[in-house]
Design a protein around this ligand. Structure first.
Ligand SMILES: CC(C)(COP(=O)(O)OP(=O)(O)OC[C@H]1O[C@@H](n2cnc3c(N)ncnc32)[C@H](O)[C@@H]1OP(=O)(O)O)[C@@H](O)C(=O)NCCC(=O)NCCS
Length: 150
């Protein structure tokens, strides 16, 4: 099982490898697609995200973060490498982010997810997220989900 650690400024190479290993399906579901310009070099330098990675023997196999850091209810994104999905890593990453948000005085966390992404929706519901809205984009219907701590 990987261990969960904070993202480090020197992780851009590992992130690059992580990203290039993802299947088109996983990339499609990964909520920040299309990738921000300059990812991952700029990403590891950004001061406005809180990010953890799943580290398996020095390789990144999963990532979770929220942005922007200062928001009372920031938006989260999560992704686990295809070969490692379904092994509890997503749950571990999400729980770590939720713990961090609670202890850091956040009011909650928010996310958007494709209605077709049954696995992610199940993960979020089990963690206590509720569907608070929905909208359609070019890829189809999406849910907005929120977890409030108070
Ligand atoms: C969604 C994702 C992060 C979940 O991570 P994961 O490591 O695969 O999930 P876990 O093994 O921790 O399982 C967490 C929950 O997901 C659900 N789940 C996992 N695999 C499943 C499967 N094959 N079928 C149905 N539900 C499944 C279960 O509810 C599970 O909880 P449980 O073990 O208590 O039953 C991961 O699959 C992923 O990266 N998918 C592609 C990118 C993506 O969709 N990101 C989210 C965008 S909003």
């Amino acid at each position: 099982m990987p261990f969960i650690r904070e993202l480090r400024p020197d992780d851009s190479g590992l992130l690059e490898e992580f990203l290039s290993s993802l299947s088109p399906r996983t990339i499609r579901f990964f909520s920040f697609h299309p990738l921000p310009k300059g990812f991952p070099e700029n990403f590891v330098q950004r001061g406005d995200i809180t990010c953890f990675v799943a580290d398996l023997g020095g390789k990144i196999v999963g990532i979770v973060w929220w942005e922007p850091s200062f928001a009372p209810i920031p938006a989260l994104a999560i992704c686990v490498q295809d070969a490692y999905q379904g092994n509890g890593i997503g749950k571990k990453l999400l729980n770590r982010l939720i713990r961090e948000a609670r202890s850091g005085g956040k009011k909650g966390l928010r996310l958007t997810v494709s209605k077709n992404n049954k696995i992610a929706i199940s993960l979020y519901k089990k963690a206590g997220f509720k569907i608070i809205g929905e909208y359609r984009d070019s890829k189809g219907l999406n849910y907005v989900m929120e977890l409030l701590f108070c």
